[in-house]
Design a protein. Structure first.
Length: 67
């Protein structure tokens, strides 16, 4: 499914994130550290310590997408 990115804001969490975290752990970071609502449809990006791996989560209609 294609996503219309023209209406989506992308937020990048500064610093390193433990890449073992899955959707639940990353959504807690969005809520508690970034003080944002993860259910808005915006994208949230996280990188590992060496900045070689990215994880992106966003809410789409009825569930999370993670890539």
């Amino acid at each position: 499914m294609l996503v219309d990115f023209s209406k989506i804001k992308i937020f990048i969490k500064p610093g390193a994130t433990d890449m073992r975290k899955q959707i639940n752990g990353l959504s807690i970071i969005v809520k508690e550290e970034l003080k944002m609502d993860v259910f808005t449809g915006n994208m949230y990006m996280f990188c590992n310590r060496s900045r070689r791996i990215l994880k992106i989560i966003y809410w789409e209609r009825n569930g999370f997408c993670c890539g």
